[in-house]
Design a protein around this ligand. Structure first.
Ligand SMILES: *[C@@H]1O[C@H](CO)[C@@H](O)[C@H](O)[C@H]1NC(C)=O
Ligand SMILES: *[C@@H]1O[C@H](CO)[C@@H](O)[C@H](O)[C@H]1NC(C)=O
Ligand SMILES: *[C@@H]1O[C@H](CO)[C@@H](O)[C@H](O)[C@H]1NC(C)=O
Ligand SMILES: *[C@@H]1O[C@H](CO)[C@@H](O)[C@H](O)[C@H]1NC(C)=O
Ligand SMILES: *[C@@H]1O[C@H](CO)[C@@H](O)[C@H](O)[C@H]1NC(C)=O
Ligand SMILES: CC(=O)N[C@H]1CO[C@H](CO)[C@@H](O)[C@@H]1O
Length: 370
């Protein structure tokens, strides 16, 4: 049978997130083709890193796609299924998760029951579990709705705007009030456990600043991510935190300093999508710090040729007071029999996951998906 912990999204809910970033997102498929969704109204496959410097990305716009008109649209790669999950891709249905099957090049939409969870205002992590039985899961939407489930309130001060990254089945929180610069607070996903001590990530010189920014985890060809990039909002540098050695390497900051930019990483690059729709990348080698130190950002030319960023992407910023109110995760139980179910019951969180449940309805606590 399947493992009960098939796929996990951990989310930290923001009670009054007001920054609105329109729609496109970038992701990779499992062969490390760069995919750009909602760029100039279409979806594109820019191919692998060696092909980005010339030519024109392939148009992969297909029926069933979300309109990419939501705020804060985010894409996640499900490595075991070679699928991209899109949250907030459709403003008319913010709770839906659109699934792009990168093998079949087709779309489906997964209904989600949100309860008190506001799907338009959260920060989420898609967990990568080493469990091979994951493979059965959600390459396409299931007719049965999934449900977000409150799990536990995050122990961080109100007003903290989460900066979350995934590696080694842990969520790393940066810029947590009260945590020293250069250290991360840690949530151990599969144990639903907030590690009481922060973990230092020293760099050979300098240190990760305590400031807001964006993150992206570097994938491995197989297995869990072991490093992630952090780019502070001022774009002054790229910090790569290795969670095996607990050290940080400081690399070049992106050429475009844009607090509205988002990032996605493959095994060998960190990609930036800025608020005007321009896509750039920094090559990365997990085994070669010398090469990384010399690496420079370059544009993804074939995407710029396919979807010229002239029209720009509307961006409205304005950071309201945002208070995290909880983390949560959901588990999908692929052995659950949905035949007689009315939706929500198809998603079962094991008792251990719900052990720390805090209802916190007034905080609209975060949730779990699947
Ligand atoms: C790295 O940090 C984690 C989390 O605090 C800790 O469990 C682990 O022992 C550390 N590893 C090393 C090599 O310091
Ligand atoms: C890094 O080293 C590991 C272990 O030797 C290897 O599997 C992997 O392919 C290497 N990665 C790169 C980018 O060279
Ligand atoms: C939906 O979920 C049920 C129960 O896990 C499973 O038997 C069925 O195959 C799934 N359908 C699809 C289309 O994945
Ligand atoms: C998963 O679903 C099966 C079938 O409904 C059930 O027997 C099993 O207890 C469930 N596992 C968990 C962890 O809920
Ligand atoms: C699911 O439920 C249907 C209808 O009750 C039943 O016929 C089928 O055997 C069940 N399948 C599993 C895997 O439990
Ligand atoms: C893709 C994207 O813009 N995500 C943002 C959603 O909102 C949170 C909270 O500010 C940001 O941290 C995310 O980067």
């Amino acid at each position: 049978m399947f493992s009960p912990l098939l796929l996990t999204i951990v989310a930290l809910f923001l009670s009054s997130f007001t920054s609105v970033r329109a729609s496109p997102c970038v992701a990779f498929d499992i062969n490390w083709n760069l995919l750009a969704f909602g760029l100039d109204g279409k979806d594109w496959n820019a191919g692998t890193q060696n092909t980005w410097a010339t030519g024109t990305a392939a148009d992969i716009t297909a029926s069933g796609r979300p309109p990419f008109d939501g705020a804060n649209t985010t894409c996640f790669l499900s490595q075991y299924t070679n699928a991209v999950y899109v949250t907030n891709g459709d403003k008319s249905s913010p709770s839906s998760i659109h699934i792009y099957d990168a093998t079949a090049k087709s779309w489906s939409v997964q209904a989600v029951t949100t309860g008190s969870f506001d799907p338009a205002s959260f920060n989420a992590i898609l967990d990568h579990d080493t469990n091979l039985f994951y493979m059965g899961l959600l390459k396409a939407a299931n007719a049965t709705a999934l449900q977000w489930v409150d799990v536990e309130q995050a122990p961080y001060p109100s007003g903290y705007q989460p900066v979350m990254a995934l590696a080694q089945n842990h969520v790393f929180f940066l810029n947590v009030p009260g945590v020293a610069a250069g250290s991360a607070a840690i949530y151990v996903i599969h144990f639903n456990y907030f590690q009481p001590q922060a973990q230092p990530f020293p760099a050979s010189s300098g240190s990760i600043p305590a400031t807001h920014g964006q993150t992206a985890s570097f994938f491995q060809d197989s297995g869990v991510q072991q490093a992630f990039a952090f780019v502070p909002d001022d774009g002054s540098a790229t910090y790569v935190l290795n969670v095996e050695t607990n050290t940080t390497q400081i690399l070049a900051g992106p050429s475009t300093k844009d607090p509205g930019a988002t990032y996605f990483a493959s095994t060998t690059s960190l990609v930036q999508l800025d608020s005007k729709g321009v896509v750039s990348y920094l090559p990365f080698n997990a085994n070669d710090t010398t090469a990384n130190a010399a690496a420079k950002w370059s544009p993804v030319v074939n995407l710029a040729n396919a979807a010229p960023p002239t029209s720009g992407t509307p961006t409205a910023t304005g950071t309201g007071s945002s208070a995290p109110s909880g983390t949560a995760k959901t588990t999908s139980n692929s052995s659950t029999n949905s035949s007689g179910s009315n939706g929500a019951s198809a998603l079962v969180a094991p008792g251990g996951v719900l052990g720390g449940f805090v209802s916190a309805a007034m905080l609209a606590c975060a949730a779990v998906l699947f």
